[in-house]
Design a binder for this molecule. Structure first.
Ligand code: NAD
Length: 349
């Protein structure tokens, strides 16, 4: 079967893995990558597939309703996989409105364009929203988020993603748009912008810079290999039940400090530095405001109903990730010049 899918945010971290997977796995699908190319979007992420005949890049802003309507009318996509977002919690604390604009208004613009284009024929079409486990709030030492956990977002980022999830469900219930949502835990892997914990630590260790750790490093996150997330998105897009939500996670909880210790050991070995030398770079900084203590995902529904399981052990994934950053210096230098420096200095100095 042929399909024409608009994937939003395809130049970003997770989006580029999803675009690559779809372009390579489904040569009969037309994949349109719609991305504004903010600081987090980078076409270098897709160099290996940019010449494929079933791939097209469109530069555009999802907050521009007129542009989005015109694009949908022109391209006539039959499905949308929506990943474009402002995604960094720290940036949402300093600039919440940008998160409302992109994550909430941008999502509603896409829903409106899809509703208009697919009117009277919703059964043939699918709107897939890629979301986060952060909408569920924070856990204590016990328990896990399931698909029925109440929403309780704490940061402007998670509040904006929660709001966009609600709009997606409202368009299903009110207009009959055929939607599906997934809420995933923290991703790691290649092409991750180095403002997030793992790539930031790798970059700083490599350059002998302090590794900033919030509070005492006791916050717990559940980490998933980004390519396993992309595979889950593929399965949910094709086989997920309309109107349903699927949690995606790695059953892989780590405190930030244990994770950084492990990463330091891996880098000591790879960089042939004396054992323990990277750990000396750890620097504790004032905790993030409203920092959620623990996230943990129960992904049993996805595993039992659709047969997805994570493919990689964390230690193996971390090694692969470190190797990718050490072998892709040009990518790292490119994204850490200019705006990144300004942001970094404001955030940590
Ligand atoms: P990212 O920040 O790496 O990429 C976001 C992409 O969206 C970038 O390419 C950017 O240019 C694009 N974009 C931003 N604003 C846009 C706009 N107004 N119009 C068009 N494009 C725009 O983010 P990511 O980490 O790859 O996350 C992708 C999605 O997955 C997000 O919706 C995020 O909420 C969700 N998610 C992320 C994680 C994670 O661990 N990173 C976990 C669960 C869910």
């Amino acid at each position: 079967m042929t399909k024409k899918i608009i994937i939003t945010g395809g130049a970003g971290f997770i989006g580029s893995h999803v675009v690559r997977l779809f372009v390579n796995t489904y040569p009969n699908y037309q994949i349109i990558n719609l991305d504004k190319l903010t600081y987090a979007g980078n076409l270098m992420n897709l160099k290996d597939i940019e010449d494929k005949p079933n791939y097209k890049f469109v530069k555009g802003d999802i907050t521009d309703a007129q542009f989005i309507d015109a694009l949908f009318q022109e391209e006539q996509p039959d499905s949308v996989i929506h990943l474009a977002a402002e995604s960094h919690v720290d940036r949402s604390i300093s600039n919440p409105l940008e998160f409302v604009m992109t994550n909430v208004i941008g999502t509603v613009n896409l829903l409106n364009a899809a509703k208009e284009l697919w009117k009277g024929n919703y059964e043939q079409h699918r709107f897939y929203h890629v979301s986060t486990d952060e909408v569920y709030g924070a856990l204590g030492e016990e328990g896990m988020f399931t698909e029925t956990t109440s929403y309780d977002p704490h940061s402007p980022y998670s509040a904006s993603k929660a709001s966009s999830d609600h709009f997606v469900r409202a368009y299903q219930d009110t207009y009959g748009l055929q939607t599906v949502i997934s809420n995933c835990s923290n991703n790691y892997g290649s092409h991750h912008f180095p403002e997030k914990l793992i790539p930031l630590a790798i970059n700083n260790i490599k350059n002998n810079l302090p590794i900033p750790i919030y509070g005492k490093g006791e916050n717990v996150r559940d980490w998933l290999w980004v390519e396993d997330h992309a595979r889950a998105i593929d399965i949910i897009f094709h086989e997920g039940k309309t109107g349903d939500t699927y949690n995606i996670g790695g059953h892989n909880e780590w405190t930030n400090i244990d994770l950084i210790h492990t990463l330091c050991n891996v880098l000591d070995k790879k960089l042939k530095r004396p054992e323990g030398s990277s750990k000396k770079l750890i620097t504790y900084v004032t905790d993030r405001a409203g920092h959620d203590l623990r996230y943990a995902i129960d992904a049993q529904k996805l595993e039992k109903e659709l047969g997805w399981t994570p493919s990689l052990q964390f230690e193996e994934g971390l090694e692969k990730t470190v190797d990718w950053y050490l072998n892709n210096e040009e990518w790292l230098e490119n994204v850490t010049s200019g705006q990144y420096k300004e942001y970094y200095e404001k955030q940590y100095n």
